[in-house]
Design a protein around this ligand. Sequence first.
Ligand SMILES: [Zn+2]
Length: 347
Amino acid sequence: MNEEKNNARRLTPEEKKALQFEREQLRHAEEAGCSGLIGGWAFSVRQKRDMDADEATHDDDPFICKSCRSDAILRKCTDDRRDHYAHHARLSPVVEAEETELHKGCLAEICDALKQKFPDGNWGMNRPIPANEKLGVGEVVPDVSGRIGNQRIAIEAQVSSLSIPKIIKRSAVYTKRNIPLVWLVPLKEDLGSEPFRPRLYERYLHMMYFGRVYYWLPGFGTMLQPVHYGVAFRHIPFAEWYDKEAEEEREAGGYEKAYKVIKSPVPSAKIDITTQFRLQHRPEFRPWNERRTVPPLLLWKDILQDWWDKSEDEAFRKRFKEDNLPKEKHKKQKLPPPPMDWRYERW
Ligand SMILES: [Zn+2]
């Protein structure tokens, strides 16, 4: 009798797999910054209609995610996972977590360059700062730490294995210790000028540092490349076709539409971490498109004026904010007024 009860509670292997698949889809959505593909639907450009992943074949390529307008790839699965779509876009060429030698090389170069400029700065790599019970903080091991004059600073070089909660936790510990922190993202090659899809942690750092990410490349020494994520547009080609269901000629396209998660890199000039950065307090805030609050932080941040076109960012934000509002099931939703700028209209 008991055995039966236990069995009833346990998930069948099929249910387990389904649950695992669902979790995987949610994780991918979080990473991509868009949940538009979770239900297994995408828009087939060739067929000019939405297609279920089960029904679609590669003859229906290419596909587009209707929520964020980026390219979607159809994944037909041979195992027992369900057919699905995945977001597809260029990623930044970051040093990956498993490339430990490359990562160490980056840190060594930065540390050496800092030693040369500030020989009395007591610079060190992976030097633990012991736990402090009074402050209630555990041990931290900054990638690089030392002093510029009397100012202590900590440098963390982000590798993709670090999750957002860990980034938040680690940043908060430095703040409690009164050490300003700069996160930088080491690249293997130049980011280039083509649009790309920032990873979850890149988007997060972008918010933390008021709209820029500090990229670093071998040979940079104490220089960094700040990059703002500007609005990128997808060109929707003009097309005419005969709609069999509606029995009429139709046409669409011939314009540009803003991507939701794909961004255009907008770099500033390269800047020096030792002369063009200052300590800055960042009060707690909740980014407009994220669930996680950024705690109050002590940052080592550049002194540049914002170098990008802010009006474009604002128009984008206004347009896409509505997508993130919780849906009210019972109340009739008031439709937003037509967009001032047609380029930000929903798909
Ligand atoms: Zn999408």
